[in-house]
Write a protein of this length. Structure first.
Length: 403
């Protein structure tokens, strides 16, 4: 019998809490091991965290110990926030945050002068500052206008001198935060693009091999086809991740000349953007293929699946294309796939694909005599396979059209 803990009127078994803690601990342990084992997202996060701490310590030292400023809190606060994921992002957010801090400081001081008390100044200054926080020009830094106003009024330092000190400290923190981010292992997000491309290629191959296994066994139905379609939708989400990674890549290279890029030991050149477009087309073709199978498996629709013999051939063709996707994933990561003796594995695969394509075309002619329903599905499947073949094996694109 499990012990239960009452949480807001709901009995929650302690075993569930223990399982949640174990999962979180396992995820944390995995992240630590990944950061220790080699370069990757986890190590990048640790580096950025340590850089933010370094920026805060430097800002405090300069503002408090070196310059002797009694309002040194503002400098490390700003420095921490401005150690962003890219140098360009640090500069952009520095301008937004400094403007927001100046606005909040000045408006809070003016409100204090008008009302003569802290409560009235808060009531007068915070509402317009919160509205201003949603101004697109401030990005996600607008809220600092309101928080700076609260800090200014709570500290009681609203004189002209205090306002000047606060603005100067914000500028000092911004300079230190940007400098640390730019000159201490500046973040360059090239690895993410390569990894996302490799994941997209590998997962596309996994979906194709899963479809091939089901068609080969002949034990597939509407539910199985729906699972394939769901896997294709997950592939689309992976494509969205690739687009986001490419965006970070572009931004991380802005303002990053050769000397700055040399400070961070990462590959200097990401995969070309043509690779993104190529694997996005593969994703579209896989999605279209699974949708065709969903339609063919639906008994209430007129298109019917091809004969078992044709599906056996088609399954082998998809399996070879899936293997090609896996090989492309290894190539993107710099890994080398094992090759057959004489290095003819790729040539043998393409020759088999060509032979399978010919057999499917013959099957398509045979299906034409059985009615449009069978012909439509097999013809659509063959078209999607040819599209996938052309994208997964670009070298085969020119040869197959003329055969």
């Amino acid at each position: 019998m499990s012990i239960k803990v009452a949480t807001r009127g709901t009995d929650v078994p302690v075993t569930q809490w223990g399982e949640a803690v174990r999962r979180e601990a396992g995820a944390a342990g995995h992240a630590v091991r990944a950061a220790w084992s080699g370069p990757g997202r986890e190590r990048d996060l640790i580096v950025q965290a340590l850089k933010a701490a370094l920026a805060a310590v430097l800002a405090w030292f300069v503002a408090s110990d070196w310059l002797g400023d009694p309002m040194a809190l503002m400098a490390p606060w700003v420095a921490i926030v401005l150690v962003q994921a890219t140098v360009y992002g640090s500069l952009r957010q520095a301008a937004q945050q400094w403007t927001a801090i100046c606005t909040g400081t000045l408006l809070a001081s003016a409100a204090q002068a008008v009302t003569g008390n802290t409560l009235g100044a808060l009531a007068l200054s915070v509402p317009p500052l919160m509205l201003l926080a949603h101004w697109p020009r401030f990005g996600d830094q607008g809220v600092y206008a309101a928080t700076t106003a609260v800090f200014t009024l709570a500290s009681g330092a609203v004189s002209v001198s205090a306002v000047g000190h606060r603005v100067e400290q914000a500028a000092l923190g911004a300079v230190i935060g940007i400098a640390v981010n730019a000159f201490v292992l500046p973040p360059v997000h090239l690895r993410d693009v390569r990894e996302n491309l490799a994941w997209l290629a590998r997962e596309a191959g996994e979906v194709l091999r899963s479809v091939a296994d089901g068609l080969r066994d002949g034990d597939w139905d509407e539910s199985t086809a729906a699972d394939w379609s769901s896997a294709a939708h997950r592939l689309e989400r992976r494509r969205d991740g690739l687009r986001a990674a490419r965006g970070w890549c572009r931004e991380s290279l802005r303002l990053m000349g050769g000397p700055l890029r040399a400070l961070h030991r990462v590959p200097l050149n990401p995969p070309p953007e043509a690779e993104d477009a190529r694997w996005e087309r593969v994703t579209d073709h896989v999605t279209a293929l699974t949708r065709t199978l969903v339609v063919a498996a639906d008994d209430e629709r007129s298109p019917a699946p091809p004969e078992a013999a044709a599906l056996q051939v088609y399954a082998r063709l998809l399996e070879l294309i899936g293997d090609a996707c896996e090989s492309e994933a290894r190539r993107l990561l710099g890994e080398h796939a094992p090759t057959a003796e004489g290095g003819t594995e790729a040539e043998d695969g393409q020759a088999e694909m060509t032979e399978l394509r010919g057999r499917l075309q013959e099957a398509l002619r045979d299906h034409a005599g059985q009615g449009a329903a069978h012909t439509a599905v097999l013809g659509t499947l063959l078209l999607q396979a040819e599209n996938l073949w052309a994208e997964a094996l670009p070298g085969a694109r020119g040869g197959k059209r003329g055969e």
